[in-house]
Design a protein around this ligand. Structure first.
Ligand SMILES: [Mg+2]
Length: 251
């Protein structure tokens, strides 16, 4: 069986709207018995919410095991660790982590600082975090996306902005649980053995990850502006459905 991994934001949907013709193409893939893995760097929402969103938009059942998010990678990482975690991020991220680990609001007591995405950044909190990291406190992030796409073509500020600020201030590289970093790569690699195709709208996350997985990589044009040279993708198309037509015809 062939396996196709796809990105979600900007590739399958933008905010709460499916991109044109995605539903038909998705059905073609299912009819051809191609297994689909839904990959995302969204860590503000828990995996079940993302599964439900896909089920509603695509009007079909989605296996929760085929939805891979930084939260699932984090969950596996925290297994058997007794960390006390300080969280900078959404309430949903805090709720998710609280269910699998100890969480503290006192940064002093924390074994690990975890950086997610906040609707509004808290500069005072970020300065405090920089202070603690400078003094050796362990820090990790959910992903390094600097932006994510919205429907009116304005980009919203992503997780990566705070992480980049901290990295630049402290002079370190922060590991994350998102694409294309090692922990996400290993999770996919262990779980699915081989991924044949990767479709996504970002070179720095989707295409880099797909290339590392030895998949055939497809860059779509349906949302973000790419700041990296896009010639590292094997193929370029306007959108998901064009990629699917090409894959079904040629592989
Ligand atoms: Mg995307």
């Amino acid at each position: 069986m062939q396996i196709l991994a796809t990105d979600l934001d900007g590739t399958i949907y933008i905010e709460d709207k499916l991109i044109d013709n995605v539903q038909e193409s998705h059905n073609y893939l299912l009819n051809k018995k191609i297994k689909i893995i839904y990959t995302t760097n969204n860590s503000s929402q828990n995996p079940i919410r993302i599964q439900q969103k896909l089920e509603n938009l695509l009007e079909t059942e989605i296996d929760i095991d085929s939805v891979v998010t930084p939260l699932k990678v984090l969950n596996e990482y925290l297994h058997n660790k007794k960390f006390n975690i300080f969280i900078y991020g959404s309430q949903e991220l805090t709720d998710y982590v609280s269910a699998i680990s100890k969480v503290t609001t006192n940064i002093n007591d924390a074994d690990l600082i975890l950086i997610g995405r906040k609707e509004k950044n808290d500069q005072k909190n970020v300065s405090e975090i920089i202070d603690f990291v400078n003094r050796g406190k362990k820090i990790m992030g959910m992903n390094k996306d600097l932006t994510f796409p919205t429907y009116d073509n304005k980009e919203k500020i992503g997780n990566g902005v705070v992480i980049k600020t901290i990295e630049d201030e402290v002079g370190i590289n922060i590991q994350t649980f998102g694409k294309p970093d090692n922990k996400y790569f290993n999770y996919l690699n262990n779980k699915f053995k081989r991924i044949d195709f990767m479709i996504g709208d970002r070179v720095d996350t989707d295409i880099v990850l797909g290339n590392n997985l030895n998949a055939k990589t497809f860059l779509v044009n349906s949302s973000v502006k790419n700041h990296m040279k896009n010639n590292i993708a094997d193929y370029k198309f306007d959108n998901f459905s064009e990629c699917v037509s090409f894959i079904l015809k040629n592989f």
